[in-house]
Design a protein around this ligand. Structure first.
Ligand code: ATP
Ligand code: MG
Length: 451
Protein backbone atom coordinates (compact mmCIF):
# COMPACT_ATOMS: atom_id res chain seq x y z
CA UNK A 1 0.00 0.00 0.00
CA UNK A 2 2.76 2.37 1.06
CA UNK A 3 4.96 1.38 -1.91
CA UNK A 4 1.99 1.88 -4.23
CA UNK A 5 1.35 5.37 -2.85
CA UNK A 6 5.02 6.34 -3.05
CA UNK A 7 5.32 4.97 -6.59
CA UNK A 8 2.21 6.88 -7.64
CA UNK A 9 3.62 10.10 -6.18
CA UNK A 10 6.93 9.39 -7.91
CA UNK A 11 5.15 8.87 -11.22
CA UNK A 12 3.09 12.05 -10.75
CA UNK A 13 6.26 14.03 -10.02
CA UNK A 14 8.01 12.59 -13.08
CA UNK A 15 5.03 13.26 -15.37
CA UNK A 16 4.56 16.83 -14.09
CA UNK A 17 8.25 17.55 -14.51
CA UNK A 18 8.30 16.12 -18.04
CA UNK A 19 5.21 18.12 -19.01
CA UNK A 20 6.71 21.35 -17.70
CA UNK A 21 10.02 20.63 -19.42
CA UNK A 22 8.23 19.61 -22.63
CA UNK A 23 6.27 22.86 -22.58
CA UNK A 24 9.41 24.91 -21.97
CA UNK A 25 11.31 23.09 -24.73
CA UNK A 26 8.35 23.55 -27.10
CA UNK A 27 8.15 27.29 -26.36
CA UNK A 28 11.92 27.61 -26.74
CA UNK A 29 11.82 25.75 -30.08
CA UNK A 30 8.94 27.88 -31.32
CA UNK A 31 10.70 31.12 -30.40
CA UNK A 32 13.93 29.93 -32.08
CA UNK A 33 11.93 28.97 -35.16
CA UNK A 34 10.25 32.38 -35.32
CA UNK A 35 13.55 34.23 -34.82
CA UNK A 36 15.11 32.14 -37.58
CA UNK A 37 12.24 32.87 -40.00
CA UNK A 38 12.46 36.57 -39.30
CA UNK A 39 16.24 36.60 -39.75
CA UNK A 40 15.96 34.71 -43.07
CA UNK A 41 13.17 36.92 -44.38
CA UNK A 42 14.97 40.07 -43.33
CA UNK A 43 18.12 39.12 -45.22
CA UNK A 44 16.05 38.08 -48.26
CA UNK A 45 14.11 41.35 -48.21
CA UNK A 46 17.33 43.34 -48.01
CA UNK A 47 18.75 41.46 -50.98
CA UNK A 48 15.49 41.76 -52.93
CA UNK A 49 15.30 45.47 -52.29
CA UNK A 50 18.92 45.92 -53.46
CA UNK A 51 18.29 44.03 -56.69
CA UNK A 52 14.97 45.84 -57.35
CA UNK A 53 16.53 49.25 -56.81
CA UNK A 54 19.45 48.45 -59.14
CA UNK A 55 16.99 47.52 -61.91
CA UNK A 56 14.80 50.49 -61.21
CA UNK A 57 17.75 52.90 -61.55
CA UNK A 58 18.98 51.35 -64.79
CA UNK A 59 15.62 50.84 -66.45
CA UNK A 60 14.10 54.29 -65.99
CA UNK A 61 16.74 55.72 -68.42
CA UNK A 62 15.60 53.50 -71.23
CA UNK A 63 11.84 53.95 -70.89
CA UNK A 64 10.41 56.54 -73.27
CA UNK A 65 6.68 55.94 -73.68
CA UNK A 66 4.27 54.77 -70.90
CA UNK A 67 3.52 51.04 -70.98
CA UNK A 68 5.56 50.55 -74.20
CA UNK A 69 8.58 48.22 -74.36
CA UNK A 70 11.38 50.31 -75.78
CA UNK A 71 14.34 48.79 -77.67
CA UNK A 72 16.61 50.09 -74.85
CA UNK A 73 14.69 47.87 -72.40
CA UNK A 74 15.37 44.85 -74.56
CA UNK A 75 19.02 45.73 -74.62
CA UNK A 76 19.25 45.88 -70.84
CA UNK A 77 17.23 42.69 -70.42
CA UNK A 78 18.24 40.34 -73.22
CA UNK A 79 15.78 37.64 -72.12
CA UNK A 80 12.79 40.01 -71.98
CA UNK A 81 9.59 38.27 -72.97
CA UNK A 82 6.79 40.59 -74.08
CA UNK A 83 3.20 39.39 -73.61
CA UNK A 84 1.47 38.15 -76.77
CA UNK A 85 4.74 38.02 -78.65
CA UNK A 86 6.91 34.99 -79.20
CA UNK A 87 9.85 34.87 -76.83
CA UNK A 88 13.05 32.99 -77.30
CA UNK A 89 13.91 30.62 -74.49
CA UNK A 90 17.65 30.58 -75.08
CA UNK A 91 19.72 33.69 -74.69
CA UNK A 92 23.31 34.05 -75.77
CA UNK A 93 25.78 33.47 -72.91
CA UNK A 94 27.58 36.75 -73.40
CA UNK A 95 24.24 38.64 -73.39
CA UNK A 96 24.53 39.39 -69.65
CA UNK A 97 28.16 40.53 -69.74
CA UNK A 98 27.40 44.21 -69.32
CA UNK A 99 24.84 43.72 -66.56
CA UNK A 100 25.27 45.38 -63.15
CA UNK A 101 26.33 42.68 -60.63
CA UNK A 102 23.15 43.21 -58.53
CA UNK A 103 21.06 42.72 -61.64
CA UNK A 104 22.98 39.61 -62.51
CA UNK A 105 21.61 37.95 -59.40
CA UNK A 106 18.22 37.85 -61.12
CA UNK A 107 19.53 35.32 -63.57
CA UNK A 108 21.40 33.27 -61.01
CA UNK A 109 19.10 33.07 -57.98
CA UNK A 110 15.54 32.36 -59.12
CA UNK A 111 14.45 35.97 -59.38
CA UNK A 112 11.73 37.10 -61.70
CA UNK A 113 10.93 40.51 -63.12
CA UNK A 114 7.46 41.58 -64.20
CA UNK A 115 6.49 44.78 -65.94
CA UNK A 116 2.92 45.72 -65.09
CA UNK A 117 0.83 48.48 -66.61
CA UNK A 118 -0.86 51.23 -64.61
CA UNK A 119 -4.09 49.22 -64.96
CA UNK A 120 -2.34 46.12 -63.59
CA UNK A 121 -1.95 44.26 -66.90
CA UNK A 122 1.17 42.18 -67.47
CA UNK A 123 3.38 43.75 -70.16
CA UNK A 124 6.58 41.71 -70.09
CA UNK A 125 8.61 39.32 -67.97
CA UNK A 126 12.26 38.55 -67.48
CA UNK A 127 14.45 36.20 -65.42
CA UNK A 128 13.05 33.06 -63.82
CA UNK A 129 9.51 32.22 -64.98
CA UNK A 130 7.37 30.52 -62.34
CA UNK A 131 4.20 28.89 -63.63
CA UNK A 132 0.80 29.93 -62.35
CA UNK A 133 2.00 32.86 -60.29
CA UNK A 134 -0.95 35.24 -59.72
CA UNK A 135 -0.65 38.79 -61.01
CA UNK A 136 -0.93 41.36 -58.22
CA UNK A 137 -1.69 45.10 -58.36
CA UNK A 138 1.41 47.22 -58.83
CA UNK A 139 0.46 49.46 -55.94
CA UNK A 140 1.05 46.74 -53.32
CA UNK A 141 4.67 47.22 -52.35
CA UNK A 142 5.41 43.89 -50.60
CA UNK A 143 3.65 40.64 -51.33
CA UNK A 144 4.18 36.92 -50.75
CA UNK A 145 2.86 34.76 -53.60
CA UNK A 146 2.59 31.09 -54.40
CA UNK A 147 2.93 29.44 -57.80
CA UNK A 148 1.04 26.42 -59.07
CA UNK A 149 3.50 23.92 -57.59
CA UNK A 150 3.18 25.52 -54.14
CA UNK A 151 6.55 27.30 -54.11
CA UNK A 152 6.47 30.69 -52.39
CA UNK A 153 7.91 33.98 -53.69
CA UNK A 154 8.53 37.28 -52.00
CA UNK A 155 7.89 40.22 -54.28
CA UNK A 156 8.56 43.95 -54.21
CA UNK A 157 6.77 46.38 -56.51
CA UNK A 158 8.20 49.78 -57.56
CA UNK A 159 6.60 52.44 -59.83
CA UNK A 160 8.50 53.11 -63.08
CA UNK A 161 8.77 56.47 -64.82
CA UNK A 162 9.81 57.38 -68.34
CA UNK A 163 12.79 59.64 -68.98
CA UNK A 164 10.36 62.60 -69.22
CA UNK A 165 8.79 61.82 -65.82
CA UNK A 166 5.60 60.15 -67.03
CA UNK A 167 4.33 57.13 -65.11
CA UNK A 168 5.29 54.10 -67.14
CA UNK A 169 3.79 51.35 -64.94
CA UNK A 170 5.30 49.09 -62.31
CA UNK A 171 8.32 46.89 -61.94
CA UNK A 172 7.74 43.80 -59.82
CA UNK A 173 10.79 41.89 -58.67
CA UNK A 174 10.25 38.56 -56.92
CA UNK A 175 12.53 36.01 -55.34
CA UNK A 176 11.84 32.34 -54.77
CA UNK A 177 11.55 31.29 -51.12
CA UNK A 178 11.98 27.63 -52.03
CA UNK A 179 15.44 27.32 -50.50
CA UNK A 180 14.40 29.15 -47.30
CA UNK A 181 11.25 27.04 -46.98
CA UNK A 182 13.31 23.90 -47.48
CA UNK A 183 15.70 24.89 -44.70
CA UNK A 184 12.87 25.88 -42.36
CA UNK A 185 11.08 22.60 -43.04
CA UNK A 186 14.32 20.82 -42.14
CA UNK A 187 14.55 22.79 -38.91
CA UNK A 188 10.89 21.99 -38.19
CA UNK A 189 11.61 18.31 -38.67
CA UNK A 190 14.58 18.49 -36.29
CA UNK A 191 12.36 20.20 -33.70
CA UNK A 192 9.57 17.67 -34.13
CA UNK A 193 11.98 14.80 -33.58
CA UNK A 194 14.25 16.30 -30.94
CA UNK A 195 11.56 17.73 -28.63
CA UNK A 196 9.78 14.39 -27.99
CA UNK A 197 13.15 12.61 -27.61
CA UNK A 198 14.31 15.25 -25.11
CA UNK A 199 10.99 15.00 -23.25
CA UNK A 200 11.46 11.23 -23.09
CA UNK A 201 14.95 11.68 -21.62
CA UNK A 202 13.64 14.32 -19.22
CA UNK A 203 10.88 11.88 -18.23
CA UNK A 204 13.37 9.11 -17.52
CA UNK A 205 15.74 11.34 -15.59
CA UNK A 206 12.89 12.91 -13.62
CA UNK A 207 11.64 9.42 -12.72
CA UNK A 208 15.13 8.73 -11.37
CA UNK A 209 15.31 12.13 -9.61
CA UNK A 210 11.83 11.69 -8.12
CA UNK A 211 13.04 8.33 -6.78
CA UNK A 212 15.97 10.11 -5.10
CA UNK A 213 13.64 12.76 -3.67
CA UNK A 214 11.29 10.09 -2.34
CA UNK A 215 14.03 8.27 -0.45
CA UNK A 216 13.93 10.46 2.70
CA UNK A 217 10.11 10.25 2.64
CA UNK A 218 10.36 6.48 2.36
CA UNK A 219 12.90 6.36 5.17
CA UNK A 220 10.83 8.52 7.52
CA UNK A 221 7.71 6.52 6.62
CA UNK A 222 9.55 3.32 7.55
CA UNK A 223 10.80 4.95 10.78
CA UNK A 224 7.24 5.98 11.62
CA UNK A 225 6.02 2.46 11.02
CA UNK A 226 8.84 1.04 13.13
CA UNK A 227 8.05 3.59 15.84
CA UNK A 228 4.37 2.58 15.90
CA UNK A 229 5.37 -1.08 16.18
CA UNK A 230 7.86 -0.28 18.96
CA UNK A 231 5.35 1.82 20.92
CA UNK A 232 2.66 -0.84 20.61
CA UNK A 233 5.15 -3.49 21.67
CA UNK A 234 6.47 -1.54 24.66
CA UNK A 235 3.01 -0.50 25.85
CA UNK A 236 1.78 -4.05 25.60
CA UNK A 237 4.29 -5.26 28.21
CA UNK A 238 2.99 -3.22 31.20
CA UNK A 239 -0.61 -3.61 30.03
CA UNK A 240 -0.21 -7.41 29.90
CA UNK A 241 1.28 -7.33 33.38
CA UNK A 242 -1.62 -5.17 34.66
CA UNK A 243 -4.15 -7.47 33.04
CA UNK A 244 -2.42 -10.55 34.50
CA UNK A 245 -2.42 -9.06 38.03
CA UNK A 246 -6.14 -8.18 37.79
CA UNK A 247 -6.86 -11.63 36.38
CA UNK A 248 -5.08 -13.44 39.20
CA UNK A 249 -6.96 -11.40 41.83
CA UNK A 250 -10.30 -12.05 40.13
CA UNK A 251 -9.61 -15.79 40.08
CA UNK A 252 -9.15 -15.89 43.86
CA UNK A 253 -12.37 -17.02 45.59
CA UNK A 254 -11.69 -14.64 48.48
CA UNK A 255 -9.13 -11.87 48.81
CA UNK A 256 -7.65 -10.92 52.12
CA UNK A 257 -6.70 -7.35 52.91
CA UNK A 258 -2.97 -8.06 52.69
CA UNK A 259 -3.44 -9.84 49.34
CA UNK A 260 -5.43 -6.98 47.88
CA UNK A 261 -2.84 -4.50 49.19
CA UNK A 262 -0.09 -6.52 47.54
CA UNK A 263 -2.05 -6.68 44.28
CA UNK A 264 -2.67 -2.92 44.33
CA UNK A 265 1.01 -2.24 45.01
CA UNK A 266 1.94 -4.35 41.98
CA UNK A 267 -0.71 -2.61 39.91
CA UNK A 268 0.53 0.78 41.07
CA UNK A 269 4.09 -0.11 40.04
CA UNK A 270 2.95 -1.35 36.64
CA UNK A 271 0.69 1.63 36.02
CA UNK A 272 3.41 4.08 36.97
CA UNK A 273 5.80 2.36 34.55
CA UNK A 274 3.12 2.64 31.88
CA UNK A 275 2.52 6.31 32.67
CA UNK A 276 6.23 7.00 32.76
CA UNK A 277 6.60 5.61 29.26
CA UNK A 278 3.67 7.63 27.93
CA UNK A 279 5.07 10.79 29.57
CA UNK A 280 8.51 10.13 28.04
CA UNK A 281 7.01 9.65 24.59
CA UNK A 282 5.01 12.86 24.91
CA UNK A 283 8.06 14.77 26.11
CA UNK A 284 10.13 13.41 23.26
CA UNK A 285 7.65 14.30 20.55
CA UNK A 286 7.09 17.78 22.02
CA UNK A 287 10.83 18.38 22.17
CA UNK A 288 11.30 17.17 18.61
CA UNK A 289 8.45 19.28 17.29
CA UNK A 290 9.70 22.33 19.23
CA UNK A 291 6.30 22.78 20.87
CA UNK A 292 7.57 22.44 24.41
CA UNK A 293 7.80 25.88 25.92
CA UNK A 294 10.22 26.32 28.76
CA UNK A 295 11.60 29.33 30.52
CA UNK A 296 15.38 29.37 30.31
CA UNK A 297 16.91 30.53 33.55
CA UNK A 298 20.46 31.09 34.69
CA UNK A 299 21.68 27.77 35.98
CA UNK A 300 24.94 27.08 37.78
CA UNK A 301 26.32 23.80 36.48
CA UNK A 302 28.60 23.36 39.50
CA UNK A 303 25.50 23.27 41.75
CA UNK A 304 23.71 20.92 39.38
CA UNK A 305 26.66 18.52 39.50
CA UNK A 306 26.60 18.54 43.32
CA UNK A 307 22.85 17.81 43.28
CA UNK A 308 23.40 14.87 40.93
CA UNK A 309 26.16 13.45 43.13
CA UNK A 310 23.90 13.77 46.21
CA UNK A 311 21.01 12.15 44.38
CA UNK A 312 22.82 9.20 42.83
CA UNK A 313 25.54 8.31 45.35
CA UNK A 314 23.22 5.91 47.16
CA UNK A 315 22.21 4.21 43.89
CA UNK A 316 25.85 3.87 42.85
CA UNK A 317 26.84 2.47 46.22
CA UNK A 318 23.99 -0.04 46.02
CA UNK A 319 25.62 -1.28 42.79
CA UNK A 320 29.08 -1.28 44.41
CA UNK A 321 30.22 1.64 42.28
CA UNK A 322 32.09 4.79 43.16
CA UNK A 323 30.46 7.99 41.92
CA UNK A 324 33.16 10.62 41.58
CA UNK A 325 32.79 14.34 40.75
CA UNK A 326 35.66 16.11 38.96
CA UNK A 327 34.95 19.83 38.74
CA UNK A 328 37.84 21.18 36.67
CA UNK A 329 36.87 24.85 36.81
CA UNK A 330 37.63 27.37 39.49
CA UNK A 331 34.58 29.51 38.89
CA UNK A 332 30.88 28.77 38.58
CA UNK A 333 29.86 27.86 35.01
CA UNK A 334 26.49 29.30 34.12
CA UNK A 335 24.17 28.37 31.28
CA UNK A 336 20.71 29.51 30.22
CA UNK A 337 18.54 26.43 30.57
CA UNK A 338 15.43 24.81 31.91
CA UNK A 339 16.52 23.31 35.23
CA UNK A 340 14.15 20.31 35.20
CA UNK A 341 15.11 19.36 31.68
CA UNK A 342 18.83 19.71 32.27
CA UNK A 343 18.49 17.61 35.39
CA UNK A 344 16.54 15.02 33.39
CA UNK A 345 19.22 14.96 30.71
CA UNK A 346 22.13 14.44 33.10
CA UNK A 347 20.30 11.97 35.32
CA UNK A 348 19.51 9.84 32.23
CA UNK A 349 23.24 9.69 31.51
CA UNK A 350 24.18 8.94 35.12
CA UNK A 351 21.49 6.23 35.41
CA UNK A 352 22.78 4.62 32.23
CA UNK A 353 26.37 4.74 33.53
CA UNK A 354 25.33 3.07 36.78
CA UNK A 355 23.00 0.60 35.04
CA UNK A 356 25.55 -0.57 32.51
CA UNK A 357 28.58 -0.70 34.82
CA UNK A 358 28.83 -3.95 36.76
CA UNK A 359 31.92 -2.83 38.72
CA UNK A 360 34.27 0.10 38.90
CA UNK A 361 33.43 3.78 38.92
CA UNK A 362 31.38 6.50 37.35
CA UNK A 363 32.98 9.91 36.92
CA UNK A 364 31.08 13.16 36.47
CA UNK A 365 33.38 15.78 34.98
CA UNK A 366 32.77 19.49 34.41
CA UNK A 367 35.12 21.77 32.52
CA UNK A 368 35.15 24.65 30.07
CA UNK A 369 36.16 24.63 26.40
CA UNK A 370 36.21 28.13 24.89
CA UNK A 371 32.62 29.43 25.19
CA UNK A 372 31.12 26.05 26.05
CA UNK A 373 30.52 24.17 29.26
CA UNK A 374 31.47 20.51 28.91
CA UNK A 375 29.92 17.84 31.11
CA UNK A 376 31.16 14.29 30.79
CA UNK A 377 29.71 11.13 32.28
CA UNK A 378 32.31 8.41 32.11
CA UNK A 379 32.04 4.84 33.31
CA UNK A 380 34.09 1.66 33.39
CA UNK A 381 31.15 -0.48 32.34
CA UNK A 382 30.25 -2.90 29.59
CA UNK A 383 30.72 -0.34 26.81
CA UNK A 384 28.97 -0.30 23.45
CA UNK A 385 30.02 -2.08 20.28
CA UNK A 386 31.04 0.31 17.48
CA UNK A 387 28.26 -1.19 15.28
CA UNK A 388 25.63 -0.15 17.83
CA UNK A 389 27.01 3.32 18.53
CA UNK A 390 25.21 5.16 15.68
CA UNK A 391 21.82 3.81 16.85
CA UNK A 392 21.98 4.41 20.60
CA UNK A 393 20.18 7.76 20.25
CA UNK A 394 17.29 6.19 18.32
CA UNK A 395 13.99 5.76 20.12
CA UNK A 396 13.55 2.30 21.68
CA UNK A 397 17.04 1.21 20.65
CA UNK A 398 18.67 -1.07 23.18
CA UNK A 399 21.88 -2.95 22.58
CA UNK A 400 20.69 -5.93 24.57
CA UNK A 401 16.92 -6.05 24.81
CA UNK A 402 16.91 -8.93 27.30
CA UNK A 403 19.26 -7.21 29.68
CA UNK A 404 17.39 -3.91 29.39
CA UNK A 405 14.02 -5.53 29.90
CA UNK A 406 15.20 -6.95 33.25
CA UNK A 407 16.14 -3.46 34.36
CA UNK A 408 12.85 -1.99 33.10
CA UNK A 409 14.70 0.04 30.44
CA UNK A 410 12.76 0.85 27.29
CA UNK A 411 15.38 2.65 25.25
CA UNK A 412 14.13 6.24 25.41
CA UNK A 413 16.71 7.72 27.81
CA UNK A 414 19.36 8.76 25.29
CA UNK A 415 16.77 9.90 22.70
CA UNK A 416 15.28 12.23 25.34
CA UNK A 417 18.75 13.38 26.44
CA UNK A 418 19.70 14.26 22.85
CA UNK A 419 16.42 16.10 22.24
CA UNK A 420 16.90 18.16 25.42
CA UNK A 421 20.51 19.04 24.52
CA UNK A 422 19.46 20.12 21.04
CA UNK A 423 16.62 22.23 22.44
CA UNK A 424 19.35 24.03 24.42
CA UNK A 425 21.54 24.55 21.33
CA UNK A 426 24.11 22.10 22.57
CA UNK A 427 25.45 18.71 21.50
CA UNK A 428 25.66 15.18 22.86
CA UNK A 429 28.37 12.73 21.81
CA UNK A 430 29.18 9.20 22.77
CA UNK A 431 32.53 7.45 22.84
CA UNK A 432 32.68 3.86 23.90
CA UNK A 433 34.67 0.68 23.72
CA UNK A 434 33.14 -2.69 24.27
CA UNK A 435 34.22 -4.02 27.66
CA UNK A 436 36.11 -0.88 28.70
CA UNK A 437 33.39 1.66 29.35
CA UNK A 438 31.67 4.65 27.82
CA UNK A 439 32.01 8.41 27.88
CA UNK A 440 29.06 10.68 27.10
CA UNK A 441 29.91 14.31 26.48
CA UNK A 442 27.41 17.15 26.71
CA UNK A 443 28.37 20.57 25.36
CA UNK A 444 26.25 23.60 26.21
CA UNK A 445 26.82 27.24 25.29
CA UNK A 446 27.85 29.30 28.32
CA UNK A 447 25.54 32.09 29.36
CA UNK A 448 28.00 34.88 28.60
CA UNK A 449 28.70 33.71 25.08
CA UNK A 450 25.01 33.69 24.16
CA UNK A 451 23.82 36.91 25.81
P1 ATP B 1 15.72 3.97 29.32
O1 ATP B 1 16.83 4.95 29.45
O2 ATP B 1 14.61 4.44 28.47
O3 ATP B 1 15.25 3.49 30.63
P2 ATP B 1 17.77 2.42 28.09
O4 ATP B 1 18.77 2.82 29.11
O5 ATP B 1 17.86 1.06 27.54
O6 ATP B 1 16.28 2.70 28.56
P3 ATP B 1 18.90 4.52 26.54
O7 ATP B 1 19.28 5.28 27.74
O8 ATP B 1 18.35 5.27 25.40
O9 ATP B 1 17.88 3.38 26.84
O10 ATP B 1 20.16 3.77 26.01
C1 ATP B 1 20.07 3.02 24.83
C2 ATP B 1 21.00 1.81 24.88
O11 ATP B 1 22.35 2.27 24.83
C3 ATP B 1 20.89 1.06 26.15
O12 ATP B 1 19.90 0.07 26.08
C4 ATP B 1 22.27 0.45 26.29
O13 ATP B 1 22.33 -0.74 25.56
C5 ATP B 1 23.18 1.46 25.63
N1 ATP B 1 23.84 2.31 26.62
C6 ATP B 1 23.48 3.56 26.98
N2 ATP B 1 24.33 4.06 27.88
C7 ATP B 1 25.26 3.11 28.08
C8 ATP B 1 26.44 3.02 28.90
N3 ATP B 1 26.83 4.03 29.69
N4 ATP B 1 27.18 1.90 28.83
C9 ATP B 1 26.83 0.89 28.04
N5 ATP B 1 25.73 0.90 27.24
C10 ATP B 1 24.97 2.00 27.27
MG1 MG C 1 18.78 4.90 29.73
Amino acid sequence: MQTKLLNRTRLQLAVCYSLVMGLLLGIFGLITYQVLIRAYLYSIDQELQGVAKAFHRNLEHVLSEPEKVSPGLKEVLPDLCVVDRPCSKSVAENAFENLHHKMLEVYQNNYYLRFVSRSDQLIATSGFRPTGLPLTPGKIEWETLQDRSGDRYHQISLPLHTSNQQTWGYLQVGRSLKEVDRRLAGFQRVLLISVPISVLFVGLSSWWLAGLAMRPVQRSYRQMQQFTIDVAHELRTPLTAISATIDSVLRMPTVTESESREAFTTLERQVSRFLGMVKDLLLLSRLEQHILTFQPQTLCLNDLMSDLIDEFTALAEASNLALIAQIEVNRPLEVLADEDQLYRLLSNLVINAIRYTPAGKVILRLHQERDQAVIQVQDTGIGIDSDDLPQVFDRFYRVSKDRSRNTGAIGLGLAIAKAIVEAHHGSLQVQSQLGSGSKLTVRLPLKLSRS
